[in-house]
Design a protein around this ligand. Sequence first.
Ligand SMILES: O=C(O)CCC(=O)C(=O)O
Ligand SMILES: [Fe+2]
Length: 352
Amino acid sequence: MSKFRSVLFAVAKLEHFNNNSKMTISRASFSSIPIIDISPLIKMRSHPKHYDQDDMKEKKVVKEIDEACRKVGFFYVQGHGVPFEMIDLVRKLGHDFFNLSTEEKHTIKMTQASGWRGYQTLGENVTKGISDMHEAIDYFRDCDAEFPRLLHEDHPLSGRNLWPSSPAAFQPVYKQYLTIMQDLGRTILEAIGLALVGSRDAFEGTRAGNPFWLLRVIGYPPMEQKVTEVGCGEHTDYGLLTLVNQDDGIRALQVKNEDGDWIWADPIPGTFVVNIGDMLKVWSNGEYMPTVHRVLNDGSKYRVSVPYFYEPNFDAVVEPLDICKKRAEGISKYAPVVYGDHLTNKILNNFK
Ligand SMILES: O=C(O)CCC(=O)C(=O)O
Ligand SMILES: [Fe+2]
C-alpha cells in the first residue's frame, strides 16, 4: 500500500448519514469481492412505472453497491441485461485480432498523430516506469462538436479511432457494445448517485451527463519470466467506473486489500468486474476509494480482457460534493481537478 493510501485509510473511518440515521462504516480489510445482482436497477430503467416492491429492491441494490464502494472499491455485477453472446463475442473478436500477423495489426498502429488511439505492441504500455506485458487496442470517445477541446488538432488526444478491417465483425460489434456499455455505466452511476447524495441524477449535467469513455481491448500472452514480469502493473483507474469483461477460466486480475494482500478477481461467467476510479474518490471526498489492482497472467493461456471506462464529461471540474464535504465536517480532502487534464496527463505518461 502506498504511503498516501495508508494515511488516507487512517482517517477513513467515515461518518455516513443516510435517512437521518448516522451510520459509521470503516474500511476494513476485505478478503473477497462482492457479487451484486443489479437486475432491479435495469428493471427500474426500462419500466419507469413501478411499484413499491421495485423501490424496495432498488434500495437494497443501492445499499449493496454503496457498501462495496466503501469497503472494497470492486464488485461483480450480474443481472445486467447485456446478452452473454455479446459479452463472449467481444472477447472472441479480440482473440481473432491478436492472432493476426504483426504486419496486419500494425495497419491500425497507435501513434501520436492518431491521438494515442489504436494498436500498441507488447511492452509499449508502461505503468510506473515498467513495461506491461500486454498488447492492446485503445479507443476513446470520438472527437465531435460536443468535445470542442478535442477538435483542436494540437490537443494530444485529438484524433480518429482506428478500426481493423479484419475480423470484419469487429467494428460493428464493438460499436454496438459501446452503446450498451454506456447505458450500463449510467445505470450503475445512478445507483451511486442515490447512495452518495440521495439523487439518481447527481452526476448528470456538467458532471457526467455527456460522459467521455475509453475502451481497451487487451491481450496478455502467458508470462515467461514469472517473477519479473507483470501483465499490467499496479494502478488505480483514472475516471469514474470501469467495467471489465474478462476471459473465462483464467485467473489473472488481482486487487490489493488494506493489509497489502492480493485478492484474486476470478472470472465469473456472464458478469462484469466493476471498479471505481480516481474521479469518484474526489467527488465522494474520499468516502469511496479506488483500489489498487494489477494483472498477472502466469498460467499457460493467452488472455483477453476488455475494460470499458465510463468517465466524467471531458471538461468536468471534479471536486468534493457538498454533501460529502458536510459529512467530513466541511473539510475538502481534494483540490478540484479537470477530468480531461487528469486523463491526458495519465495517458501521456503511459508510453515510453
Ligand atoms: O485486464 C484486466 O483484467 C484489467 C486491466 C486494467 O486494470 C486496466 O486496463 O485498467
Ligand atoms: Fe485498471
